[in-house]
Design a protein around this ligand. Structure first.
Ligand code: ADP
Ligand code: NA
Length: 326
């Protein structure tokens, strides 16, 4: 790490996606032949780390003004170590990923029904659940020197996330939380969140609304965002799928349109790409004054991801997204 380099630390999940494609999903007791099978790196933590790394440098470049560090756990099995190697190739510091004996790597068993396009996913968290609150009691446990930004999701134990929020607040470290999969959070958690980035479903769950209510035509996001701001969040960004994103801070708010995409191939990791693009921009620019430009850049980056198949394999490099160079 060089003196001028900023550090983004992602504390979260690493999964291996096991993906089968089938014209229809089997019923109980039935065996069907799949039309294809593939494996790939996944997990919201790992995806967001890859997004931060790629969006902070052009493809093929090893150096960057942003150091990206991943903290998490994998099993000592056939999935974990290769995933770590792949992340190293993207320039990610993987020294904070532990290989846990006697645990399996987190896996997502995904059945894609090609007819309907619907996914059915079974997630086994495995080593992701070995991250304990006791591991994050001190400011030093967040890394030395202190990271400029910590990114978390909710695919590790909730108590661990809540402890990290507490420690980060005491240490004065900014946190970006992407609360997925969503659960209601205690009020004190919000005071430690600098950036809250969530999709419509997650916004409904965290705010205690029904998904139908927020998805209704003409729903006003402002009122909901203000509730989070009142609880202490500094920046709220709600991603709205093909409709783009809405952002709100104390001083400003607005809607940003989604990138026009020729063909939507697979929206997996679109939200993760958005988070990575946003985090890299925040680490560089910091201020709320640029939030409109930052959200626009994040929408453009996420637009590239939906044009391609897969999770980590679909995430673009900085030179594939216009605007917001280093
Ligand atoms: P998640 O993937 O977490 O469910 P969203 O569906 O809200 O999150 O997508 C995140 C971002 O990805 C959106 O804000 C948007 O910029 C981009 N995106 C998603 N779907 C599309 C689409 N069909 N066309 C263009 N951009 C999209
Ligand atoms: Na994709």
């Amino acid at each position: 790490m060089t003196a001028s380099q900023k550090t983004i630390t992602i504390i979260g999940s690493l999964n291996t996606d096991l993906v089968t494609h089938t014209p229809r999903v089997p019923t109980g007791g039935e065996t069907l032949t799949a039309t294809s099978f593939s494996t790939g790196g996944g997990g919201k933590g790992a995806n967001q780390a890859v997004a931060c790394a790629r969006l902070s440098r052009p493809r093929g470049s090893v150096s960057s003004d942003i150091a990206v560090k991943m903290v998490g756990g994998v099993g000592a099995d056939e999935f974990g170590p290769p995933h770590i190697e792949a992340m190293k190739k993207d320039g990610i510091d993987t020294s904070g990923i532990r290989v846990v004996w006697g645990q399996t790597t987190g896996v997502a068993v995904i059945l894609v029904e090609t007819g309907s396009g619907e996914n059915r996913i079974l997630l086994n968290p495995g080593a992701n659940y070995t991250l304990q609150p006791e591991d994050f009691l001190t400011s030093e446990s967040l890394g030395t020197p202190k990271p400029d930004l910590i990114i978390m999701q909710l695919e590790i134990p909730l108590e661990t996330v809540l402890q990290i929020l507490k420690t980060a607040k005491q240490a004065g470290v900014n946190v970006l939380l992407n609360p997925a999969p969503a659960v209601r959070l205690p009020d004190e958690a919000y005071e430690a969140i600098t950036h809250l980035i969530l999709n419509e479903t997650e916004a409904a769950i965290l705010s205690g609304r029904s998904v139908e209510e927020v998805e209704a035509d003409g729903f006003e996001w402002q009122g909901l965002a203000i509730e989070f701001l009142k609880k202490g969040v500094r920046n709220v960004v709600i991603t709205l799928g093909a409709k783009g994103a809405y952002y709100a801070t104390e001083e400003r708010s607005g809607y940003v349109m989604a990138e026009k995409v020729e063909k939507v191939v697979d929206t997996t990791a679109a939200g993760d790409t958005f988070v990575g693009a946003y985090a890299v921009s925040i680490a560089r620019k910091g201020g709320q004054e640029q939030i409109d430009d930052i959200v626009k850049f994040s929408c453009r980056a996420a637009g590239r991801t939906v044009e391609r198949q897969g999770a980590q394999s679909a995430i673009p490099w900085a030179d594939e997204v216009t605007g917001m160079a280093a």
